[in-house]
Design a protein around this ligand. Structure first.
Ligand SMILES: [Zn+2]
Ligand SMILES: [Zn+2]
Length: 447
């Protein structure tokens, strides 16, 4: 294998924020050396002057829709979108068709990964069978089969006892629980009610929980319940896509009293309000919904203060036809793999809401640690580990154009936005998988 030498790359150093210029030598798919003025005449050279190198970005919340809804996205298109956006590792949600709720289904999905994905692909598994909210899946076997967390993403787990059981079992077999703490049904019903359409079952989504007669609760209620359950079970819990000021407060309090809770926020909840979403249209419709400006600012502050640990895209592609429907009929979800880095650099780092190291940490080392991917070197950058890295041009100005995305989805609410900062090279295990925004399928990752 040829050696690669990245010359004069800016590296983020610990402590007070600063960049130092280093050369990086890559050989046999691994980082061989990081040093000043490395001499390696046999290596191909990548000039990184004026650019920064970070560990390959990690997105712990994506929907690749495989199996079952490949018309929305599949492993190939999703992984290309990841590579183009600077991501070298993703964890997919299990709400596929059928859902990933048995070890067999998980194994089938993971079997095809090396053929289809150009980035490291991992999957979560469902908490309940069929994601129906009644019986738990075989959590121990799913963990053994390679699940990186359990989640019924899209739905909260309905009963508190069921959630407590899930957390207890998950803790026993060492797998993270990552619930979707928001009752989308109430939101859907609210919209339908407003339009006087309640009762038209054709537009109502399937709601397995309504048969239990349980009242629908909001995000804060479910976050409170799930954190208290985690506390009782002494289990780890990772809250998906936080969107409310109240939720940030609940998580901060729980952290303070020692609950092992971590949380993530999406770029859209950090940058869009409910009013903006309504103006943009169905491409800005997601679960949880966009909230008030006060909520958005509180989520930003939670991210800056460390209450929210991770930035995750919740990349949720739908077909353009589906998203062209009127607001109340369009599906929930926003794509994010090809915009997250640019949005974070432009709107969170440039104005000083996050430092550059904070932002990169929340997209590399921190999620890798929470989801236990750090054991194989994911999220870090040092000699001896697989060369997963992202070269970023912090000054590159570009305009979001979803028609040029590798994702099959066009449901991007940021179309036309001017951004500054972009991944210009993505490397997975020593292979360049994207360069200058172009994905190279010849250099397919296979390992
Ligand atoms: Zn969700
Ligand atoms: Zn999701």
């Amino acid at each position: 294998m040829t050696k690669l030498l990245i010359k004069k790359a800016g590296l983020l150093k610990a402590g007070p924020e600063r960049l130092e210029v280093f050369d990086i030598l890559i050989s046999e798919a691994k980082i061989e050396e990081i040093g000043r003025e490395i001499v390696a005449p046999e290596a191909s050279v990548i000039d990184a002057q004026g650019k920064i190198v970070v560990p390959g970005l990690v997105d712990v919340h994506v929907h690749f829709r495989e199996p079952g809804q490949e018309y929305k996205e599949d492993l190939r298109s999703g992984s290309k979108a990841a590579a183009a956006g600077g991501f070298t590792t993703v964890i997919a949600e299990p709400n596929t068709v059928p859902p990933i709720d048995t070890p067999g289904r998980l194994e089938n999905l993971l079997k095809s990964v090396s053929q289809k994905s150009i980035v490291h692909f991992y999957s979560k598994a469902a908490i309940t069978r069929g994601m129906m909210g009644t019986k738990l899946t075989d959590i121990a076997k799913l963990k053994e089969a390679g699940a990186k967390a359990i989640s019924d993403d899209g739905n909260p787990v309905p009963g508190s006892r069921l959630m407590l059981n899930a957390l207890t079992k998950a803790e026993r077999c060492g797998i993270l629980v990552s619930p979707h703490c928001e009752e989308s049904a109430s939101y859907r019903e609210g919209i339908l009610k407003k339009r006087g359409r309640l009762g038209q079952s054709s537009v109502l989504p399937r709601m397995p929980y309504s048969t239990h007669g349980a009242p629908y609760t909001s995000e804060e209620g479910l976050i409170r319940r799930d954190i208290e359950s985690a506390e009782r079970a002494d289990a780890r819990i990772h809250i998906s896509h936080v969107s409310l000021a109240k939720s940030v407060e609940i998580i901060a309090e729980a952290k303070k009293r020692g609950v092992r809770v971590t949380a993530e926020a999406t770029p859209h909840h950090l940058l869009l309000t409910e009013r903006m979403a309504k103006e943009i249209g169905p491409n800005a419709k997601a679960n949880p919904p966009m909230r008030s400006e006060e909520d958005m600012l509180a989520v930003r502050q939670g991210l800056a203060e460390g209450t929210i640990d991770v930035i995750a895209s919740d990349h949720a592609p739908h077909s353009p036809d589906e998203k062209k429907r009127p607001w109340d009929q369009a599906p929930f979800g926003i794509i994010g793999l090809e915009t997250t880095l640019g949005l974070v650099l432009t709107f969170l780092v440039r104005p000083g809401i996050l430092t550059l190291s904070q932002a990169i940490g929340k997209m590399t080392a921190v999620p890798a640690k929470i989801f236990e991917l750090d054991g194989v070197g994911i999220g870090s950058f040092k000699p001896g580990i697989p060369a997963d890295l992202t070269l970023i041009d912090l000054n590159k100005k570009w305009k979001v154009d979803s028609h040029r995305f590798y994702s099959k989805g066009r449901n991007c609410p940021f179309d036309g936005w001017e951004l500054q900062g972009k991944a210009i090279l993505t490397m997975v295990a020593g292979q360049i998988v994207a360069k200058d925004g172009i994905v190279d399928m010849e250099n397919r990752y296979s390992g």
